[in-house]
Design a protein around this ligand. Sequence first.
Ligand SMILES: Cc1cc2nc3c(=O)[nH]c(=O)nc-3n(C[C@H](O)[C@H](O)[C@H](O)COP(=O)(O)OP(=O)(O)OC[C@H]3O[C@@H](n4cnc5c(N)ncnc54)[C@H](O)[C@@H]3O)c2cc1C
Ligand code: FES
Length: 370
Amino acid sequence: MRRTGDGYAALLSRGALPALEFISGAGSCFLRTPRHHPDMSASPAHNLSDPETNPARIAVARVAHNTELCREHARLTLAVDAFAPARPGQFVQISPAYDPTNRADGWGASHGPVTPLLPRAFSIGGLRRAGTASEIDVIYRVVGVGTRWMRALSPGDRVNVLGPLGREFPIDASRSKALLVIGGVGLPPLLWLAEALQQAGKRTIAFLGAQTADLVPLTIDAANAPATDASRAVRCAAEFACYGADAVISTDDGSLGFHGNVVAALDAYSRAQTPDANDTVVYTCGPERMMRAAADWCQNAGIACIVCMERPMACGMGTCQSCIVTVHRDAPESGTRYALCCTEGPVFAAEHIVWDDPALLKRQSQPATH
Ligand SMILES: Cc1cc2nc3c(=O)[nH]c(=O)nc-3n(C[C@H](O)[C@H](O)[C@H](O)COP(=O)(O)OP(=O)(O)OC[C@H]3O[C@@H](n4cnc5c(N)ncnc54)[C@H](O)[C@@H]3O)c2cc1C
Ligand code: FES
């Protein structure tokens, strides 16, 4: 079987992670140095929690906006002082902020049943800087207790933000075209990537799949409707149009754009437009079943594929070992090993992922939260 994207695998295994910097300012605090499980010792993961090299900190952020985007998705914009340099693909961990005025124990009834000890991971969906101040966009789908707490946040509320964490998407100078294959709330990292791709002079096309039209977290231009046969991409989604990117939209029920899943839409587009495999990269984020289908499609088409994996995470920085992804070792004949999604990922070359890993298959059989 042909292996694609070797350049990406090499780039990712060399590590494209920028060093974290201190996040200073009121309310920040040190994180403790973790111990790595011996089974993971062979992993070349960056030790994000080594205070010598990556002294990650928690900063207190202020909610600037919390805006509904569609039936289950919203965008939370957080104002943070002195947020460290970050790139698309990286994520933050969000948790309630300690507030001594809130209640005797400082965590406050407004946090409901959310434990302050377990932050939730969210891709950075956009980042704007003004001097030392930053605004971070997080786009989230309400699926459980933590995201319900986030949905109830109002401007002025404070939350803890740990980050930036994880590795960024590689951008290959030798390829001019990027196809972003998005399942539901896999949108945020690829939306921010679209901005970086525009700055790098790439031509970008976004493929976004959702169950139904009211779960599409984009502003659709009624005068420029998405193609129902997916044979061409149009400037139909304002969030991508501002980065010069056209889009193909698919819905499972056919209520908007192409009737079918997003990989079928990618296939229909490619039959009509035949992208040059040597000049194209696919980036994908969404439910793991969808990413696997996209990776299989890319392998058949001989197109390099980069995936952004979302494993349930507790610490987000290499301590708890809760986020393992089974990957092929660099030499395929050497077998497999566990990688930590939070420090070696969440961005991986698709060819490195062991998609038939039993833990992954179990997750693929569970209902998607995207
Ligand atoms: C690196 C990374 C980036 C992420 N980026 C985003 C993002 O940009 N937007 C977004 O909406 N979500 C994102 N997620 C998923 C997000 O972390 C979970 O949806 C969130 O933690 C759910 O918290 P909850 O308390 O609302 O749900 P819970 O009550 O904890 O769980 C509700 C349901 O969601 C499932 N779930 C919990 N965590 C995950 C997860 N990590 N992946 C898949 N299913 C999960 C549970 O199995 C359960 O079925 C990301 C996850 C990771 C690891
Ligand atoms: S090791 Fe804790 S989330 Fe990855």
